[in-house]
Design a binder for this molecule. Structure first.
Ligand SMILES: [Ca+2]
Length: 209
């Protein structure tokens, strides 16, 4: 998905009277592109719910970082389709290699029955690196910082599989997920850094089940 804004609408007579090259530049600018200034940050800031952002990884190419979310619709009554995942660039501005990003995953049960053994898993894509000690449950049952190790708290990060696992909901433990009531939710946060060699599109999905 490409969140770059649609180029500005054609402006009729004004557009018609512009030289082709100038018009092309205008459209590029409207799209947030700037092919004539390699390496320059091309996006002023990242907004909530943005799913992509342009990063300048070198002086010769612009690349895209995508923090997408996936919705998992249960065949049973609990419905997590409203769950989502967003990220923000902690230091603001354009997303550049070395930047720290904070991901927020919100698991929401909009079904008509409470969920059982509710677990959020998120396998991090290549191009970003988990920031140790940054995992926490920020709203919902069992709030607070969680250790990276698999222990008695409700969350861990497995460096081998690059996967974050959080057992959310009431009654969640170090081994099993808890229950999210109808319209209940839980918010999880963690941070990553963008790798120095991050190129292309980084896709990321969180799965609630
Ligand atoms: Ca833990």
């Amino acid at each position: 998905m490409d969140a770059v804004d649609d180029p500005a609408a054609p402006v009729g007579d004004e557009q018609a009277t512009r030289p082709v090259g100038q018009e092309r530049q205008r459209v590029r600018k409207a799209r947030g592109e700037d092919a004539h200034l390699p390496g320059r940050p091309v996006r002023a800031q990242l907004h909530a719910n943005d799913v992509s952002a342009t990063i300048a990884a070198s002086s010769t190419s612009d690349t895209y970082l995508l923090g997408a979310f996936i919705t998992s619709i249960s065949t049973f009554q609990p419905d997590f389709s409203a769950s989502n995942k967003v990220f923000t660039d902690v230091n603001g501005g354009s997303i550049l290699p070395g930047d720290e990003l904070e991901y927020v995953i919100t698991a929401v049960n909009h079904g008509n029955d409470a969920s059982l053994n509710t677990v959020v898993t998120d396998a991090l894509p290549l191009g970003i690196t988990y920031k140790p000690g940054s995992l926490s449950i920020t709203t919902g049952a069992n709030p607070g910082a969680k250790t990276d190790a698999k222990d008695t708290d409700q969350a861990e990060y497995d460096a081998m599989t690059r996967t974050i696992t959080v057992r959310v909901g009431t009654g969640a433990t170090g081994a099993t997920g808890g229950s999210l009531a109808v319209d209940g939710s839980s918010e999880i946060r963690f941070r990553v850094t963008v790798d120095a060699n991050a190129m292309g599109t980084i896709q990321n999905q969180a799965i609630v089940n």
